[in-house]
Design a protein around this ligand. Structure first.
Ligand code: M6R
Length: 606
């Protein structure tokens, strides 16, 4: 997640662009920059660090001109360096670009442009668009047509804004699967990632749709379809949010926003370059012993991954909690460990990485924060590109890690001959279909889940249960519930119930079961059997089922309805719906959801 701002105005824009950068800083704060057109040329300043720090160094206010673009970056491709900061200029400086999202085909475009003599100064995917525009303009000679031709060659997700001296009074922008909105001011117009950028100046907003582009000047704008080229007549809406609400994109809390960000998070995780997945997968095959490691939520991500390694690669990859890793394992050089960490700074995980490395073992990691300690310590790092996660409790970052772990497990399976290539492709297709389904289900089920949370928020003791991959899903969901509601939720394997915990069950104990789909055969049957064990002792059961699964629904007191979905997506869907249940329970209890008591986003001490 990055923040784009662009302004065409009747007055100098440097000050307003700086304010936009500050307003969008929550979307990313690795680096920032600005490009402003004045007197026939574009001046570009950018550097690493928070906006205030970069402004001290670059003195943005000195820049002259009434039209410009700016960007605050959350690194996805390439480290946190001045060269990788946005805006990016084409080789001859005639096209300057800011971008949010990932061009998944950037490597192919980059190679193509290199073969034509273009030189790249950064490791970013964004720079290819600047050079592609320069390249295409030579043949087309019209900026708008060049822009459309270039954008049509992009794959993946993007919101872009482009400045060029060939069109000195206008800014071009386009979007697909990344946000971009138009703010209509008095003698000036804004094109930004969200309304938070300009809400202190204007509330008149045009929401741009996917595969639409816009040409913005200080007095006018025109929105067109990238597909048909026709002009689109868009409604101007009046945004009523206050500034804080705007920052949360209209959601009441960052947790809710981040839960609803997850359809996009899945796409970002799937857009990660295949070579990175392959590189980590190869490390699994280079050693005799492999482990997956994280702590708190990321330990549960490691556990989910462990089940996926069994399923797709026929391997037992034990999941180990970072805090136990150095003492539990006989560490050696013949080991590889895959670490998960949102922040990349967690003390326990850093110590586990160090312990693995001290023994000579290989290390790789999936990390959200570029430039973080763990990303620099390990031999191989995949940046998950989930964007900043502001809420202390992890939702979207963990979810993205699960998808990336899924891809790694499947690739190891393909490399060791367990998983046919066609099956890997099929499952990737299933995962790619998840985004739309998840978005729809979140919208459809929110109302019911909210009501359910209201009915049950007085319950102080919960059991969260599942089998197989649903077991770590239950553990993670119980942790989420504890973190935001301070209620007791114990996660356990459904098969474990009758070995002791069943003694607790009575009409006052509520159980949330994560239920496999009937297609999963014995797994489904044995989970249903556990539900029956609870029902037989008058326990109250909440679980998940599709509308037509009468057999399961009859056994539940409350059923959260699932859409028809491929069995692979069933645990993922339940994980997200359980996040929502925790959120609404905490909301009903009136708790500080984004900053629960006693917790910190990044636990950097032992
Ligand atoms: O930044 P990390 O992913 O390394 O953090 C690990 C845990 O501290 C973290 O997941 C913690 O459990 C969260 N509060 C979960 O919501």
């Amino acid at each position: 997640m990055c923040g784009i701002s662009a302004i065409a105005s009747h007055r100098p824009v440097a000050g307003s662009l700086l304010q936009c950068l500050k307003n969008l800083e929550y979307r990313g704060y690795d680096s920032c920059g600005m490009a402003i057109f004045d007197q026939g040329k574009i001046e570009l300043r950018k550097n690493v660090g928070h906006v205030a720090k970069v402004d001290e160094v670059e003195q943005f206010h000195e820049m002259q001109g009434q039209i410009g673009i700016a960007h605050t970056r959350w690194a996805t491709h390439g480290g946190v360096t001045q060269a990788n900061s946005h805006p990016h200029a084409s080789n001859d400086g005639t096209f300057v670009v800011v971008h949010n999202g990932i061009f998944s085909n950037y490597q192919a475009l980059r190679n193509e442009l290199k073969s034509k003599g273009f030189v790249f100064h950064s490791d970013t995917d964004t720079e290819v668009l600047a050079n592609l525009l320069q390249d295409l303009y030579v043949g087309i000679g019209d900026v708008e047509k060049t822009f459309v031709a270039a954008v049509k060659r992009l794959e993946g997700s993007y919101a872009v804004a482009v400045l060029t001296p060939y069109l000195p009074n206008q800014i071009l922008g386009a979007k697909k699967d990344s946000p971009l909105v138009l703010g209509l001011g008095d003698g000036e117009n804004y094109l930004t990632s969200d309304i938070n950028a300009y809400i202190s100046q204007t509330r008149d907003t045009v929401l741009l749709g996917d595969l639409e582009y816009v040409i913005v000047s200080k007095e006018n704008y025109q929105v067109k379809s990238l597909v048909t080229g026709e002009t689109l007549h868009k409604e101007v809406i009046q945004v009523q949010w206050d500034k804080e609400t705007a920052k949360m994109g209209g959601y009441s809390h960052f947790m809710l926003k981040e839960i609803f960000d997850q359809p996009q998070t899945v796409n970002n995780a799937l857009a990660i370059d295949d070579t990175q997945i392959q590189a980590v997968a190869e490390r699994f095959l280079s050693k005799t012993h492999n482990f997956a490691c994280g702590v708190g939520t990321t330990f549960y991500v490691a556990m989910v991954t462990s089940y996926l390694f069994k399923r797709y690669a026929g391997l037992y990859v034990p999941a180990v909690s970072s805090d136990e890793f150095p003492t539990l394992l006989p560490l050696s050089a013949d080991q590889h460990t895959l670490f998960f960490s949102q922040s990349g700074e967690t003390y326990d995980t850093r110590m586990a990485v160090r312990a693995a490395q001290n023994a000579g073992g290989a290390t790789s990691a999936v990390v959200n924060v570029v430039g973080s300690s763990i990303s620099q310590m390990v031999d191989q790092c995949i940046f998950q590109g989930s964007g900043p996660e502001i809420c202390v409790v992890s939702t979207k970052a963990a979810f993205s890690q699960v998808v990336i772990g899924w891809r790694i497990a499947m690739r190891v399976g393909r490399l060791n001959g367990t998983l046919p290539a066609a099956e890997e492709q099929r499952i990737l297709g299933v995962l790619a279909s998840f985004s739309d389904l998840l978005e729809r289900t979140l919208n459809e089920e929110s109302g019911f889940i909210r009501q359910l949370a209201k009915k049950t928020s007085h319950i102080h003791n919960w059991l969260f249960m599942g089998k197989d991959i649903y077991y770590p899903v239950a553990l993670e969901s119980a942790l989420k519930m504890k973190e935001v509601t301070y209620l007791h939720a114990e996660g356990l394997p459904a098969g474990f119930l009758k070995h002791g915990t069943l003694a607790m069950v009575d009409e006052k104990l509520y159980s949330l079961f994560f239920l496999p789909s009937p297609e999963e055969g014995e797994l489904y049957r044995s989970t249903l059997a556990a539900i029956e064990e609870v029902k037989a002792r008058n326990g109250v059961v909440v679980s998940f089922a599709t509308e037509d699964n009468h057999e399961a629904r009859e056994k539940m007191d409350y059923c959260i309805q699932l859409p028809k979905l491929p069995k692979e997506l069933n645990p993922l869907m339940q994980l997200v719906l359980a996040q929502l249940f925790s959120y609404y329970s905490a909301l009903h209890l009136g708790l500080n959801i984004d900053k629960p008591r006693n917790l910190a986003k990044s636990v950097t001490v032992g």
